[in-house]
Write a protein that binds this ligand. Structure first.
Ligand code: GLU
Length: 353
């Protein structure tokens, strides 16, 4: 009797092993992209990138916001979230860093949810400025003055479009929207907010200049304050990658299944990311990597691979333009190795020479 039972168990175990061996390698994000790489491929490439760049010490923490200057510049984390909610992460994955400029993507999305894309295009626009993200000259020179939603002036104008009877209502609406995109409740990092609020005279100046041109749509200083709060929201790499995966998944959060952003707004967001996501390094980024992405001076970058997923990297030291050095290198490496570049026909499975 006992022998029979043991034999039976061995047979079942054998069948399980056979099924496993004969099953095709499961692709990541297969539900949405038939050419998504397999999980094993992604894991191997991300590990290679992590090892290759972990000792890179190039760049320097942002220091115009005092809090950012004292963040440990060795922190380094990578996360990928796919459109079918598989998560791969490596390194300092629990550290909450300030989202900074990456928030601008999601406030632009919220403004479009409220007003539709045409109004946001008219009131803010989507033209690269060719200048630094906090440039006063761009506001004076550009025909639209606002430029796009990812330079500080355009981002403050975008916040001023968000409706709410009080500044608190607007802020809570923004925080709730980001949390829905992340699939988890996000929080303000109060020390970052205080540090930035005490030193943001440049952003206040931008808001007054926008007022001169009639390109801000609520009280200028109140809008700067809400904007400063949105930049001080804390995220870890997996939360940031999931926010990106929500964009990659046509606006539907892959973890919660909630349609956070209308699918018809996604191309407007991704096109702005391509043109202005890495400040005045955006042209070089499109040339080398070919993915919509957004960086923040906190050291995070998220890149979106439509239909497949998103990769988020956090490493504080920045280059001259204000983009994380390591994050750029990791994403470029992974995107090239896995044929993610959207301008390459290889990204849709056409293999060339
Ligand atoms: N809060 C930062 C600022 O207003 C955001 C800049 C960024 O990440 O590019 O300067």
């Amino acid at each position: 009797m006992l022998r029979k039972r043991v034999q039976m168990r061995m047979l079942v175990a054998l069948l399980v092993v056979m099924t496993f061996v004969s099953a095709p390698l499961p692709a990541l994000a297969q539900k949405t992209s038939p050419v998504a790489p397999s999980k094993a491929q992604v894991e191997a490439v991300v590990r290679e990138a992590y090892e290759k760049f972990k000792s890179d010490t190039n760049g320097k923490n942002a220091d115009y916001i005092p809090y950012l200057a004292q963040v440990d510049s060795k922190l380094f984390g990578i996360a990928i979230v796919t459109t079918d909610n598989q998560v791969l992460s490596m390194g300092d994955i629990d550290y909450s860093f300030s989202i900074q400029s990456i928030s601008k993507v999601f406030s632009q999305a919220l403004a479009m949810e409220e007003h539709g894309p045409q109004k946001v295009f008219e009131k803010v626009g989507s033209e690269p400025t060719g200048r630094a993200f906090n440039s006063v000259f761009a506001v004076a020179d550009m025909p639209t003055h606002t430029g796009n939603a990812y330079v500080n002036a355009g981002a403050i104008a975008t916040v001023s479009l968000i409706s709410g009877a009080t500044a608190d209502q607007k802020w809570n609406k923004i925080l709730d929207f980001y949390s829905r995109a992340a699939g988890e409740k996000l929080k303000l990092i109060d020390e970052v907010y205080k540090s930035e609020a005490a030193t943001n005279t440049g952003n206040k100046a931008l808001s007054m200049l926008l007022a001169k041109y009639d390109r801000i749509y609520a009280d200028p200083f109140e809008s700067v304050d809400v904007y400063t709060k949105q930049c001080s929201v804390g995220v870890n790499v997996a939360q940031l990658a999931r926010m990106g995966a929500t964009l990659a998944n046509n606006g539907k959060n892959p973890a919660t299944g909630e349609q956070v952003i209308k699918s018809q707004n996604i191309p407007h967001i991704l096109s702005t990311m391509i043109m202005a996501g890495l400040y005045d390094g955006s042209g070089g980024w499109a040339w080398h990597v070919g993915l919509p992405a957004k960086s923040g001076v906190g050291g995070g970058i998220v890149a979106v691979v439509p239909g497949k997923g998103a990769i988020a990297v956090f490493a504080p030291p920045l280059d001259e333009a204000g983009n994380s050095v390591k994050a750029q290198k990791v994403i470029e490496y992974v995107a090239n190795r896995l044929d993610f570049n959207l301008f390459s026909p290889r990204s849709v499975g056409l293999k060339g020479e």
